[in-house]
Design a protein around this ligand. Sequence first.
Ligand SMILES: Nc1nc2c(ncn2[C@@H]2O[C@H](COP(=O)(O)OP(=O)(O)O)[C@@H](O)[C@H]2O)c(=O)[nH]1
Ligand SMILES: [Mg+2]
Length: 242
Amino acid sequence: MCCEKDGEFYASHFGRSNLCYGFYGCRGKHRKLAFFSEGVLMNPMYRQAHFLQSGAKLADLPMHAGREVAFAGRSNAGKSSAINALTGQQSLARTSKTPGRTQLINLFEVNDQAILVDLPGYGFAKVSVAVKTAWQHNMADYLSRRGNLRGVILLMDVRHPLTEHDQQMLSWCRGAGLAVHCLLTKADKLNRGAAGNALLQVRKALTTLHPNASVQLFSALKKTGIGEVHAVLDSWFGFASA
Ligand SMILES: Nc1nc2c(ncn2[C@@H]2O[C@H](COP(=O)(O)OP(=O)(O)O)[C@@H](O)[C@H]2O)c(=O)[nH]1
Ligand SMILES: [Mg+2]
């Protein structure tokens, strides 16, 4: 549920779902409850997201006037699941149990100002050196030369964070002056203490790897951490609720 007051959207997180159902015109009850939830605003705009276009490399991507936020991470980290959870859709971005299947850059339009970008996964074991080299070239090119790229959401399995490729990605982003927000995905796989510990460790490591990067726990399965990501996206896209 969510309610709108003074142009802001407040989300309340009941039951298993914290999706926004566009519940408007609330007279206080939901607003009050919202403050007892994650206390995070949710912009229903994300539910409008739809597939725009795919491309193998930067040159294939359409030019547009909006801002992009890219979702990066190793294959199987949970990128597609995260995009689906964040947009409240079942299968906007395909999810797969077979690592390395998504090798295209996929663009999803929230509105003409805001595009979510699902980047090809990395760290896949069964592909040739040529494919890996092409991936490296395409990623470095996209991150350093995509003018309207506003920030990168870096997804890492909470049980295996900061792989060599993740560190490479952080280094590229740092070099390109890009904001990074890390999601420690599949947080439901660890108990609360272990997940909290992983969060602290990664936060500490980031102080040297990418000092401006932020990090949070996330579970697409349990729908936890969605409000926090929305707040980051709202701010990067310049949405009013940020
Ligand atoms: N337990 C759990 N599994 C997840 C979660 N997110 C994704 N997965 C599973 O991880 C696998 C890879 O997810 P996918 O979104 O396709 O990863 P991608 O390759 O990074 O796009 C799939 O089997 C998902 O069902 C999560 O939050 N919790
Ligand atoms: Mg995927």
